[in-house]
Design a binder for this molecule. Structure first.
Ligand code: LLP
Length: 412
């Protein structure tokens, strides 16, 4: 949904130069069309197979984004009470919410029970006991799935790989049958599913399919033992192309492969995609402040920094950086850096890029997932606004923070 028309970069039918001029920079811009197309690609590729697409709220939890997806019928995967609050504020249906995460607090469990979420995805036996006790106090039965760790290697960045036995996530798949057995003694729990999630930004679907086979075998064994397992949650993790031409499995072909394996399973399949729905749907707009040379090294200093988009600093992640208006000057090789006082504050290093001048706008691509949500106020920098484009219109869906916002709740 981002493309050039003549020399100008557009999001749908909106010129990004207009957005940058009106909303200022840095600013996140999202294409509603791209988000909805990606969601529908999942939904439609499942076809007749009973399924539920639970968007992973952590990837981009803007109310406007959640609202779009809620309206399209999406469910949600949450990892905190705060995310549940956002889903409800955005008009999402709590009955389509699954609650993942290794460290749910008693308060979060109570809140989720009160709101009537669909299911808890549990990662320890102690957590099952807590949910049972809280459900008993409310006089309700809580549905749960054990998040199993299938011990497969997602072959992605070590910080976002989760499916090996050395990781903190889930319960070892070999121990899961015993855990379900013991959970029988909890009066207020119902074993409704099995879940897994092996990592993020996965570019080769093979390990996900390996995990699918393992959790399906487990679900069948549990059903044979009399557990009322109805759903299989495969997690998220499908990667997106951060570099032009980078090969990704693609939503449709991935879902079709999964669907082929689960056609006869008699289970509802859940997926929890985050990045593959919103990643390519967002860009971060920034303005060039200065150019300078230190020795041989050329720097393009921009007004967005690691507090706005931490992925390059934290994971050495690559994001394309392209001009909002193309010029015909010869390209340069430069480091694109922000104003934060850290050497680690960079958006790109030794990048072949457009020969931009102070005042020009740049767009940092594929920033719709884990962009704004991981931003901070470091260096007392107000957080950027978020802008939603719908066809030929755009609106600010989260305002730029003010200096007053920076000190809200504080006292001297
Ligand atoms: N489900 C669970 C249980 C998860 O832990 C995650 C992501 C997802 C679903 C969604 O995965 P996705 O489809 O977005 O790959 N901040 C990192 C990514 C962290 C992912 C954490 N868990 C980044 O910027 O690359």
């Amino acid at each position: 949904m981002f493309s050039y028309s003549n020399q100008d970069l557009y999001c749908e039918q909106v010129a990004l130069a207009d957005v940058a001029a009106q909303a200022g920079t840095p600013a996140y811009v999202y294409s509603s069309r791209s988000i909805l197309d990606n969601y529908r690609a999942y939904d439609q590729a499942f076809g007749e197979l009973p399924h539920q697409v639970c968007y992973a709220v952590k990837a981009n939890s803007s109310l406007a984004v959640l609202g779009l997806l809620a309206k399209a019928g999406a469910g949600f995967d949450i990892v905190s009470g705060g995310e549940l609050f956002r889903v409800i504020e955005a008009g999402g249906d709590p009955a389509k919410v699954v609650f993942s995460g290794v460290g749910k607090t008693p308060g979060e469990v109570e809140y989720a029970l009160e709101r009537g979420i669909q299911s808890f995805h549990c990662e320890s036996e102690a957590e099952l006991a807590l949910i049972d006790a809280k459900a008993a106090r409310r006089g309700v039965k809580a549905a749960f799935a054990v998040r199993v760790n299938p011990d497969v290697d997602a072959a992605t960045h070590p910080y976002i790989s989760t499916g090996l036995s050395q990781h903190k996530f889930g319960i070892a798949i070999a121990e899961a049958p015993a855990v379900y057995e013991r959970a029988h003694s909890f009066q207020n729990l119902v074993a409704s599913g099995v879940s897994c999630h092996i990592g993020s930004q996965i570019l080769d679907a093979t390990p996900i399919l390996e995990a699918v086979d393992k959790v399906l075998a487990l679900a069948n064994a549990l059903r044979a033992q009399g557990h009322p397992i109805r759903h299989l949650d495969l997690g998220g993790g499908l990667g997106v192309a951060y570099r032009p031409g980078e090969k990704t499995p693609g939503i449709r072909s991935f879902v079709e492969t999964v669907q082929g394996r689960l056609r006869e399973a008699g289970l509802t399949v859940l997926v929890e995609p985050g990045r593959s729905i919103v990643g390519a749907a967002g860009m971060l707009l920034t303005r060039v402040l200065y150019r300078k040379k230190n020795g041989d090294r050329e720097f393009v200093i921009v007004d967005a920094a690691m507090n706005d988009l931490i992925r390059p600093s934290l994971y050495r992640a690559h994001h394309e950086i392209i001009p909002v208006r193309r010029n015909s000057l010869p390209p340069i090789v430069a480091d694109v850096v922000g104003p934060v006082c850290e050497t680690g504050d960079f958006l790109a290093r030794e990048r072949h890029m457009a020969n931009v001048m102070p005042g020009d706008f740049l767009a940092v691509a594929t920033a719709g997932a884990y962009g704004f949500v991981q931003s901070s106020n470091y260096n007392s920098r107000p957080r950027a606004p978020e802008i939603l484009v719908e066809a030929d219109r755009f609106r600010v869906v989260r305002q730029r923070e003010s200096y007053q916002d920076l000190v809200r709740g504080e006292s001297v």
